[in-house]
Design a protein around this ligand. Structure first.
Ligand code: SF4
Ligand code: SF4
Length: 169
């Protein structure tokens, strides 16, 4: 990734968006004692677009730039550790078990500028690309441990993954 200074945008779906890559970027940080000149604040270039707000299946983008986590599928599938998902989330899963990219899928910044990574370590493990809901609903702790080693998806514990898959029924 190599977005230049001043190229980062603040967007209505709550994501940080790069003019060069859209919002599917890997965010990292470097700790340093170098004296650095700070970037200018984010600017916003959504204009009159409301695609993400209109497309969100649960109405989680309560107003431009404000995402209500309690209505967001991504929050509930990744962070909510309750035994059961709320009914209004479960009834809108449409196959999602780990996050939800709808507000990013519909964004013109991604449709025009998203680029596939050239970093091999960011690629998904081949075995995890198209799992079935049935297999995820029954995945054992041991199998989860083997398939999600060193994966960002490891944040979704095995009981959460089983819960999310079963909630799609
Ligand atoms: S991730 Fe999905 S549920 Fe959450 S705000 Fe975006 S479209 Fe809505
Ligand atoms: S879909 Fe439209 S309103 Fe939403 S973040 Fe992208 S440009 Fe902004």
């Amino acid at each position: 990734m190599g977005a230049a200074r001043g190229d980062w945008l603040d967007c209505k779906n709550g994501n940080v968006i790069s003019r060069e890559y859209g919002s599917w970027v890997f965010l990292g940080e470097v700790l340093t004692n170098l004296e650095l000149v700070p970037d200018a604040g984010h600017t916003q270039h959504c204009g009159s677009c409301t695609r993400c707000i209109d497309a969100c299946p649960t109405g989680a983008i309560a107003e431009p730039f404000v995402v209500d986590a309690d209505r967001c599928i991504a929050y509930h599938t990744i962070e909510n550790r309750a035994e059961k998902l709320p009914d209004e989330i479960a009834s809108n899963l449409q196959g999602w078990v780990a996050g939800c990219d709808i507000c990013q899928d519909v964004c013109p910044w991604n449709q025009r500028f998203a680029q596939a990574t050239d970093v091999a370590e960011f690629e998904p493990y081949p075995e995890n690309i198209a799992p079935t809901l049935a297999e995820l609903a029954e995945i054992s702790d041991e199998e989860w441990n083997r398939r999600f080693t060193a994966s960002a998806l490891r944040r979704i514990k095995p009981e959460m993954l089983r819960r999310n898959a079963k909630a799609n029924d």
